[in-house]
Design a protein around this ligand. Structure first.
Ligand SMILES: [Zn+2]
Length: 216
């Protein structure tokens, strides 16, 4: 599925959640809509990076890492790595702009997971998507590298769950306040709050100021 289509579908989907939750005191606000929409194209990042070499005639249609990256079960881990990146970026932007945009580690992870799973669900319409190991799934069948396994009804159910029910459930769950303070995602949040991250952000700030100074 084209990247623009992913962006438009994710924007429409997350805007609907905003409308449903706008009267609640925990609404799916603009920052979360942006995060969900950006997250919806991250699974295609390796494909997008191929645009430049393809433009110059170097055919890189098969990127060997793409299978591991554009993969439903791997996304559970990959979105955790993106969460660390977005959390540090948010902290940096808040310090630079003086804004107090508050999105927790848990919220970022759940929303990136939701938008990634939705991406794979939509991709199932046009191509088989890696599910786990050497097993692929499309809207019509399951596949292995050796052939089609069939099971059309189960493939339909996975398609519906991935494009609608799971992303909707995860987005609404991301608005709930976690009671368990020692859960894994809350521990990650406190890890990033540690002074080591502060000094990392501080160090990046100093480097940027040095570069700005040397350019003047
Ligand atoms: Zn894709």
């Amino acid at each position: 599925m084209s990247t623009v289509a992913h962006l438009l579908i994710a924007l429409a989907f997350s805007s609907c959640i905003y409308v449903f939750t706008r009267k609640s005191h925990r609404k799916f606000n603009i920052s979360l809509i942006c995060l969900f929409t950006i997250g919806s194209i991250l699974p295609d990042l390796l494909t997008l990076l191929d645009i430049v070499p393809n433009f110059f005639g170097e055919a890189t249609n098969y990127n060997p890492f793409r299978y591991y990256y554009h993969n439903i079960s791997m996304w559970i881990v990959i979105s955790l790595i993106y969460t660390i990146f977005f959390k540090i970026l948010l902290k940096f932007l808040n310090e630079e702009t003086g804004n107090q945009t508050k999105i927790t580690f848990k919220q970022i992870y759940i929303i990136l997971l939701a938008s990634g799973l939705m991406h794979f669900g939509i991709d199932m319409l046009t191509e088989p998507v890696g599910l786990i190991g050497e097993l692929f799934v499309s809207i019509t069948s399951f596949y292995t590298p050796y052939g089609v396994l069939g099971e059309q009804d189960l493939a339909y159910i996975i398609f519906i769950l991935m494009t609608f029910n799971i992303p909707m459930g995860l987005c609404l769950f991301s608005l709930q306040k976690s009671e368990k303070q020692n859960s894994f995602l809350n521990s990650c949040e406190s890890l990033i709050k540690e002074e080591s991250w502060d000094s990392l952000v501080g160090y990046v700030n100093i480097v940027i100021k040095e570069i700005e100074y040397s350019l003047v």
